[in-house]
Design a protein around this ligand. Structure first.
Ligand code: HEC
Length: 149
């Protein structure tokens, strides 16, 4: 019996590890070319996700936006792997910025959201970050930009 429990625990661990590996692999293949290793972004053109992405999760609009942004919604990845990738990105690179109440994305939520990609992401992000700054003034000076200047 103990052996069965031990094997089940081992399998559970390796499944979790494999998912993180897959998320990282997907990041490298589908995102890193623009967002760069460590998700630092590219001067003036690609926003920094490192120590920033989690701020969007302070609003429902922001939560939706980071899936609807074209680089995510049109990525050649199935919904479950997008959810896995975004949860991994948030937890790996922006755990300090995400709210404590963060609930991981699910396959069905991602599937729903990516059906309507954002046509004007720069405008949407500005609107969302302003709204978060108004709702949470303590964050205001941190939300001015996610771009490296
Ligand atoms: C071809 C380059 C490119 C690729 C590939 C790409 N992105 Fe992006 N990403 C951008 C640019 C540029 C923006 C700024 C908004 C825009 O113009 O779409 C952006 C914005 C974002 C944002 C919004 C962040 C913010 O602060 O506004 C997220 C989240 C994001 N990308 C995640 C990803 C993920 C995850 C992948 C891989 C599945 C990916 N991107 C692939 C270029 C890219």
């Amino acid at each position: 019996m103990n052996r069965v429990v031990a094997i089940a625990a081992l399998l559970a661990c390796s499944a979790a590890a494999a998912n993180d590996e897959r998320a990282q692999f997907n990041y490298i293949i589908h995102c890193q070319g623009c967002h760069l290793p460590d998700a630092m972004g590219f001067q003036d053109t690609v926003p920094r996700m490192n120590n920033f992405l989690g701020y969007f999760l302070h609003s429902q609009d922001g939560r939706e936006f980071v899936i609807q942004v074209p680089g995510v919604s049109t990525a050649r990845l199935p919904d479950d792997e997008i959810a896995e990738l975004m949860n991994w990105l948030i937890n790996t690179y922006s755990a300090e910025q995400r709210p404590e109440s963060f609930v991981p994305y699910t396959q069905s939520e991602v599937g729903e959201l990516r059906r309507s990609p954002d046509a004007d992401p720069l405008r949407t992000r500005t609107r969302i970050l302003r709204a978060i700054a108004v709702a949470e003034p303590a964050l205001a000076n941190k939300l001015i930009t996610g771009y490296i200047e």
